[in-house]
Design a binder for this molecule. Structure first.
Ligand code: ADP
Length: 267
């Protein structure tokens, strides 16, 4: 569905991603992981055309995103960013913005269909009760759901998410990822998600793309990517990798400096 071919991109003259190539199948749930500053957000920005490649191409079903009309691209790809606005717009008004790419020529207001789709998005994300609340008066977890609902109102085929669980407690982290997984399974939505929590990435993603210093370090299933040697090499920290006793997915345990010192002495 998506082909990324020799993508090199960055900001001004600074190169952040070097010669990245990979494919994403329809209905896939791909996690992008890697240390801070490795280029994960930049890759999402390139996929959503927020920044232009310096070299290389991104194709969606064979069409180059560089030349796709904005309205058409918005029907294919929706982005759930990290920072929702904090203004007095109501939740419903904000979600309806997701319908704009579907407006017909000379349409200035939403139609009945747009309202129905916005309602369905609010139902799916469990935020219908917040419909009339201003964005400034809802919690961080609810705000993430509102952003997802707006992206769904766009009726995209690919959903790009940038750390949607950052700053959320564990119940909200699992709630958001369960929802995204459901959308992926039930509606066949292709998901590309940046996650910095390796355990969540392991548990939810079908495939992982590990980026290090702007290059692909490894791509594969969680059990192929998340071995302790790879994690230690890329993140420069000691870890222990076990299996989650319920899911059998890799589970990463961190090792403190104190513990490292103790073990060092024993060895
Ligand atoms: P990650 O998401 O993996 O933490 P980013 O893609 O945000 O990494 O950043 C990769 C590199 O690009 C970093 O060195 C960062 O400083 C730089 N960068 C990010 N955004 C900009 C920008 N708007 N202008 C210039 N440099 C940027």
């Amino acid at each position: 569905m998506l082909k990324i071919i020799n993508l090199t991109c960055g900001y001004g003259t600074k190169i952040v991603l070097y010669d990245i190539s990979f494919n994403i199948n329809r209905g896939e749930f791909l996690g992008i992981i890697g240390p801070n500053g490795s280029g994960k957000t930049t890759l999402l920005r390139a996929l959503s055309r927020a920044i232009a490649p310096m070299r290389g191409e991104i194709l969606i079903e064979g069409k180059n995103i560089r030349t796709a009309p904005s309205k058409e691209l918005a029907k294919d790809i929706a982005v759930v960013s990290q920072n929702p606005p904090l203004n007095h717009m109501s939740v419903e008004e904000f979600i309806l913005l997701g319908r704009i790419p579907h407006y017909q020529g000379f349409q200035f207001f939403e139609t009945k269909k747009d309202l129905e789709i916005a309602e369905r998005s609010m139902d799916l994300t469990g935020i219908f009760k917040l419909k009339s609340q201003p964005l400034s008066q809802i919690s961080g977890g609810e705000r993430q759901l509102v952003l997802i609902a707006r992206a769904l109102a766009q009726e995209p085929r690919v959903l790009l998410l940038d750390e949607p669980t950052a700053h959320l407690d564990i119940a909200h982290q699992v709630g958001i990822l369960d929802l995204i997984k459901r959308l992926n399974k039930e509606f066949g939505l292709t998901v590309i998600i940046v996650l910095h929590d390796l355990n969540l990435a392991s548990e939810y993603c079908q495939e992982l793309l590990l980026i290090n210093k702007g290059r692909i370090h490894k791509m594969g299933r969680p059990d192929e990517v998340l071995d302790y040697q790879t994690i230690e090499e890329v993140y420069k920290t000691i870890v222990v990798v076990e299996k989650n006793p319920l899911s059998s997915k890799p589970y990463i345990l961190l090792v403190s400096g104190e513990e490292r010192q103790k073990r060092g002495k024993e060895a």
